[in-house]
Ligand binder design. Structure first.
Ligand SMILES: *Cc1c(COP(=O)(O)O)cnc(C)c1O
Length: 368
């Protein structure tokens, strides 16, 4: 009899549904035999990476035969100076999703629970379930996290509480007062993980300054990434900022070379080019305004976004997604998030935003 490897996998893995990433442009062009498709589906930076990053990678090529610095001394020093923290408060990861994995490995056992909001970034609940632990999913409020309900959901076996701020895929955010109130209500033995993948795009004045909160709340871990505003999604580099004590624990489970040579070099160069971040933020602010205005002109309901994408109710998200694909426009359907009426559109250059809005207009006018 043929061996079923599905039966051999542990129970937690058997019940997992893999994460569905945005469709790559090359795949769509291959499938439809078209050219010049655009992808507004993975919240990538339309400006790409800083030119300084390109130069740093060119320079690093000479050293690819040697192992990278496993302690990432210079990258940590650069980040520490930028944020006015100590290098020993930083944990580096192969993308911030790698750090979510390190946190779960460090603090969660199969008998434990972790709190997360409905509509929060799916990778997190996937990683919780992968070790056989339980994610307590707290109902969202107006598509966003409900910090009061999240605190109330804490159980005796709860070890972690995850907050994504601003949240992906809804773009909603928790302001400084609500965040601080939540931190005050959470007992110190529960580790709070705030995923701030989009923080560089936030222009709101009352957004939480979580690094400032660290001294009062040593149970806080802040997650940041180079994948979004820094434009290094393909390179895989993320980091956590925490107390030195928590960083030490995370570094115990981290694989020694999880940050490769190019990622180390690129991260240093990227942090040193804050003008690129400013330009990326400005382009996004303009893109959000353009998309919001265009979608409202199509009488579509959007969720107010603090990030670099807009989530919009189009009636039948999967159908509209498919029709947009035929017009060479890739967006993200949100069926995996149980938001079947919505699609998520990443901001881009004005011309690509306009092309997406035009395609959406054609699609909506067409009887499906
Ligand atoms: C894109 C994204 C990340 C980034 O993940 P990386 O592994 O660093 O590429 C993390 N969290 C959220 C909520 C995201 O949307």
């Amino acid at each position: 009899m043929k061996t079923s490897y599905l039966d051999l996998a542990n129970a937690a893995v058997r019940s997992l549904k893999p994460y569905q990433p945005g469709k790559p442009i090359s795949e769509l062009e291959r499938e439809l035999g078209i050219q010049h498709a655009i992808k507004l589906a993975s919240n990538e930076n339309p400006l790409g990476a800083s030119k300084r990053v390109h130069a740093a990678i060119q320079e690093a090529i000479a050293d690819i035969h040697v192992y990278p610095d496993g302690s990432s001394f210079t990258l940590k020093k650069t980040l520490a100076e930028h944020y006015h923290i100590q290098p020993n408060q930083i944990t580096l990861g192969n993308g911030s999703d790698n750090i979510i994995e390190l946190i779960i490995k460090t603090f969660l056992s199969a008998a434990d629970t972790a709190i997360i909001s409905q509509y929060a970034f799916l990778t997190i609940s996937l990683l919780i379930q992968a070790i056989g632990a339980k994610a307590i999913v707290v109902p969202a409020k107006a598509y966003g996290h409900d910090p009061v309900a999240m605190v109330q959901a804490i159980q005796p076996n709860t070890r972690l509480l995850f907050m994504v701020n601003p949240n992906n895929p809804t773009g909603t955010h928790i302001n400084a007062e609500a965040f601080e109130k939540m931190m005050q209500a959470i007992p110190p033995h529960i580790v709070v993980v705030v995923d701030e993948a989009y923080v560089e795009y936030v222009t709101l004045p009352n957004f939480p300054d979580t690094i400032d909160l660290l001294s009062r709340h040593p149970n806080l871990i802040i997650l940041r990434t180079f994948s979004k505003a820094y434009g290094l999604a393909g390179l895989r580099l993320g980091y956590a900022i925490s107390s030195a004590e928590i960083a030490d624990l995370l570094n115990r489970v981290r694989l020694p070379f999880n940050v490769n040579l190019f990622a180390n070099a690129a991260g240093i160069a990227a942090i040193q080019d804050q003008a690129h971040i400013q330009a990326s933020r400005d382009l996004n602010t303009a893109g959000l305004a353009q998309l919001n205005e265009g979608l409202s002109a199509l009488n579509l309901q959007t969720i107010p976004s603090a990030a670099n994408f807009v989530t919009v109710n189009v009636g039948d998200g999967e159908a509209i997604y498919q029709q947009l694909l035929r017009l060479g426009v890739i967006v993200r359907p949100l069926t995996p998030y149980h938001l079947p009426a919505h699609i998520r559109i990443s901001t881009s250059h004005a011309a690509d935003n306009a092309r997406c809005l035009q395609a959406l207009k054609e699609t909506l006018c067409q009887p499906s």
